[in-house]
Design a protein around this ligand. Structure first.
Ligand code: CAA
Length: 240
C-alpha cells in the first residue's frame, strides 16, 4: 500500500514541487493549505493531488485536519512542514502581530503537525518528518527578526525531535533553502533582491524542484540513517 504524506503549504511554490516529487516516488500525497482556495482548486485540477484546508498555526485545527486525513486516506507516514509566511520589516517598524503571526505559523505549525502525526509514527515504528527551515534561520537577515527566529527555532526543533524519533524508526530532518524562485522571494523589493542574488556563488535563484528533490530523498527508505540533519540548498550563499 502506498505511504501517505502530508505537505503543509503544499499547493504553491516549494510545497507544490514537494507534492509532485513525493507523488512521483509513490506516496499518496495530501497538500494542506491555509487560505488560497482558487490556487488549491487549480493545483488539484492540474496535479490530481488532494488538497485540504486548515491553519497550521491552530493547534486544534491540525489535530482535526490530520484526523480527517487519516480517516479518509489512512495513517500518515510522512509530514513535510513547509507552510510559512513572511512579515518582513526592521525591528523598529515590526508590530507584535508581525512577530507573533510568523512564530505561530512557521514554528508553531511544526509543533502542531508533529503533535498530530508523530505518535502514530512512533506506534507503527516508521515515519519521516521534514521541516523546511531557511538560510535566514542559519545566518540571520536584515529585516527578518521574526522569520529568522522562527526558522532558527525549526532547526532546533528538528534536532530535538530527531533524538526522540531515532529509536522508533522516525527520522526528523530539516532543509534550509536559500533564495528560491517563488512568490515569497518575488515579493522582496527588486533592488534588494538584486543585491542578494549578487551574493549567491551559483549566480541565480534556486528552483523549487531543487528543494523538492532533497525532501524526497529524506522521505525515502534510503535515508533511514539520516536524522537530525540540516541539508543546506542555497547555491553556496551560506556554507554551513
Ligand atoms: N544590511 C545592512 N543594511 C541594509 C540591508 C542589509 N542587508 N538591507 C537594507 N539595509 C539598509 C538600507 O541600505 C537602508 O539604509 P539607508 O537608509 O542608509 O540607505 C536601510 O537599511 C533601509 O532599507 P530599506 O529602504 O530596504 O528599508 P525598508 O524599511 O523599506 O525595508 C525591508 C526594509 C522590508 C527589510 C527590506 O529591506 C526588505 O524587504 N529586505 C529583504 C528581506 C529579505 O531578504 N526577505 C527574504 C524574504 S524570502 C524568504 O525569507 C525565503 C527564505 O527563506 C530565504
Amino acid at each position: 500500500m502506498a505511504r501517505i504524506a502530508i505537505v503543509t503549504g503544499g499547493t504553491r511554490g516549494i510545497g507544490r514541487a514537494i507534492c509532485e516529487h513525493l507523488t512521483q516516488d509513490g506516496f499518496t500525497v495530501i497538500a494542506n493549505y491555509g487560505g488560497n482556495d482558487a490556487a488549491a482548486r487549480a493545483f488539484t485540477a492540474e496535479t490530481g493531488i488532494a488538497a485540504r484546508k486548515w491553519d497550521v498555526g491552530d493547534h486544534q485545527a491540525c489535530l482535526d485536519g490530520c484526523a480527517g486525513v487519516e480517516a479518509e486516506f489512512g495513517p500518515v507516514d510522512a509530514v513535510v512542514n513547509n507552510a510559512g509566511i513572511t512579515r518582513d520589516g526592521t525591528l523598529h517598524k515590526m508590530s507584535f502581530d508581525d512577530w507573533n503571526e510568523v512564530m505561530r505559523i512557521n514554528l508553531g505549525g511544526c509543533f502542531n503537525m508533529a503533535k498530530a502525526c508523530f505518535p502514530g509514527m512512533r506506534d507503527r515504528k516508521w515515519g519521516r518528518i521534514v521541516n523546511i527551515g531557511s538560510i535566514n534561520g542559519q545566518a540571520g537577515q536584515y529585516g527578518q527578526v521574526n522569520y529568522a527566529a522562527a526558522k532558527s527555532g525549526i532547526h532546533g526543533f528538528t534536532k530535538a525531535l530527531a533524538q526522540e524519533g531515532a529509536k522508533v524508526g522516525v527520522t526528523v530532518n530539516a532543509i534550509a533553502p536559500g533564495y528560491i524562485d517563488t512568490d515569497m522571494v518575488a515579493a522582496v523589493p527588486e533592488p534588494v533582491l538584486e543585491k542578494i542574488v549578487a551574493k549567491i556563488p551559483v549566480g541565480r535563484l534556486g528552483e523549487a524542484s531543487e528543494i523538492a528533490r532533497g525532501v524526497a530523498f529524506l522521505c525515502s527508505d534510503d535515508a533511514g540513517f539520516v536524522t537530525g540533519s540540516t541539508m543546506s540548498i542555497n547555491g553556496g550563499q551560506h556554507m554551513y
